[in-house]
Design a protein around this ligand. Sequence first.
Ligand code: DOR
Ligand code: ZN
Length: 346
Amino acid sequence: MRIPGLSDPHVHMREPGATHKEDWASGTAAALAGGFTRVLAMPNTDPPVVDAATLNIAKKFAANGARCDYGLYLGAGPNNPSLAARLADQAVGLKLYLDQTYGPLRLEEISLWNAHMQAWPATRPLVVHAEGRTMAAAILVAALADRPLHIAHVSTREEILLVRAAKQRGFKVTCEVTPQHLFLTAADLPGSRGEVRPRLASQADVDALWENLDVIDCFATDHAPHTAAEKAAENPPPGFPGLETALPLLLNSVHTGQLTLEDLVQRMDQNVRRIFNLPAQPETWVEVDLEHRYTLTAREMHSKAGWMPFEGWAVFGAVRQVVLRGKTVFMDGQVLAQPGSGQQIA
Ligand code: DOR
Ligand code: ZN
């Protein structure tokens, strides 16, 4: 069966700064193997992408390494509201970290959130990492600034109900949910490997996400690779690789009847394109096999992470072939696209 090439609005590529975890060539190989022909890359690299100089560095690494199409986010910092706004047409969106996560980007003060939201062009996407009460505050500040807001990785019952209520009120809010928050609870992955932001939650939270599927605009991986050794160490960094497991897990949900294929394509293609103003990709599609049952394992991954939170899960739903702009870029387990063949969209 053929589905469109998928777009992931939330990935961490780690280049520059931590290429032992991932680089553009390995991360976009993982994307293609997972049915994604386009990824939107987060700015919490080292250095973070916050001005013209660091954006140019990110562009250079992406242009040299990417095997699929990509967009780059700018990061909101304490000193760059007007600077970031001037670079808006070269970026796919502005990312605001309002809660603590991996990397140095975090905005403490609401006046700074407001400065960024006011300065950033109203027609371009604003994405927030904002959990719990912070999410409630972010929705209010964006509404006061009259800006559309995309909320990254909604993970709890109270959050999804808040997004539902905001939408019902007519607020311009959209959201994404990750596979880890749809398929795992904190009890499934105790210990250091389970560290991720937002944290894995309870079964009641997982159930609430599925019950409110109509409120979820996008499925995003939040592909956040760290190596197995790093995850086993003291104070492990938070994050899971996700590009190669998202589509198989969600196709498995189509197999079990939890989801329709149309639900999936809306959230992994159409809605992502609409929210992020992405152009259509001509002659681009993914051949999936809904009947093939197999076991997910890190041994077959293209990501440098070398481990996965879904190791040993049996799923129905495999990616057979990926065609990007008329070229076969993935076939039967092999990535065929060369580094540098991906194109930037902005
Ligand atoms: O678990 C996470 N890891 N959550 C984030 O928001 C950032 C990410 C990372 O970059 O490792
Ligand atoms: Zn992230």
